[in-house]
Design a protein around this ligand. Sequence first.
Ligand code: FAD
Ligand code: NAP
Length: 304
Amino acid sequence: MYDTIIIGSGPAGMTAALYAARSNLKVAVLEQGAPGGQMNNTSDIENYPGYEMISGPELSMKMHEPLEKFGVENLYGIVSAVEDHGEFKKVLTEDASYETKTVIVATGAKHRPLEVAGEETYNSRGVSYCAVCDGAFFRGQDLLVVGGGDSAVEEALFLTRFANKVTIVHRRDELRAQKVLQDRAFANDKVDFIWDSVVKEIKGNDVKVTSVDIENVKTGQVTNHEFGGVFIYVGLDPVSSMVEGLSITDEAGWIPTDEHMNTKAAGIFAVGDVRQKDLRQITTAVGDGATAAQSAYQYIVNNF
Ligand code: FAD
Ligand code: NAP
């Protein structure tokens, strides 16, 4: 039996693994893809202390490297359910079942779809949710970025490396993004804005995106604009379906915790973006991970 199984190998999960292993716990991390989580889709990170600038994939590697040295077991699998049997928990994947004294849920969040006509039809044919992955395919083109938060503005700036012009369409007349990102976007000649407006339909020629219908929410006027690609950054949804059976989420699927990362279920902790919290960042994910590992250690000392 494991002392703790950590589900997810983003910054929260990797930090929890490091701290738990250094407390001499028997630790496994169950991950469905490459370690790093959302950091793998992030271009330049300049708000992680100690680095003036580092790419998301590079920071992922640096966080992952020491885990093996401290004896963390890396398991591959898509976790489908977590069962709480009181004294022990079961973590289930499609083809395996693992028993553990504690579970740390570090499954993060995923991009929210815009849910407009044409989005699904042209997904991966001009519609993208990842500038780092797809930006280079759009060299010299005019691109639309949807949203007004950190992701939209940061990734719009990244796309200016490839695009002829990047237009940000936002449903209000004020961005939500951090001031430093706003200032950069306003100062960048390649970035345009369409304010108070929403995407009505993404249109194409059956092969790829060619234009977008945009509605001004104040006037109701719909206009058609030519774009070769549409990058959607309208927020995040929690990844928590595997703990649905435990009744530890709120209505939207985020997991509330106390300051020790305890969920409503004893011995099950939640960390990082999947947690109900205000600031979803790498630094806060890392802090959550360290706290949860310490809480799991205390839980084991007190109960076993
Ligand atoms: P995640 O990074 O989401 O990792 C969760 C992991 O869990 C993933 O690897 C996933 O594969 C795994 N997982 C999920 N479900 C399962 C399952 N069922 N079975 C097995 N594994 C599973 N923050 C900053 O501080 N600075 C930035 O510059 C910055 N830029 C960003 C740019 C973009 C475009 C985006 C989208 C986010 C950015 N963020 C940034 C936010 C930051 O990336 C997140 O806050 C952080 O990655 C959250 O870490 P996490 O470990 O909680 O979750
Ligand atoms: P977010 O902060 O939730 O912003 C989502 C944006 O999309 C908002 O501007 C919102 O408009 C808009 N929006 C939501 N639904 C929409 C719809 N249906 N149609 C049109 N627009 C819609 O999400 P995010 O930008 O992806 O950021 C997620 C988290 O990651 C945040 O905590 C963020 O700080 C973090 N992050 C950090 C960095 C960094 O530190 N450099 C970079 C990227 C992300 P309103 O403003 O009107 O609500």
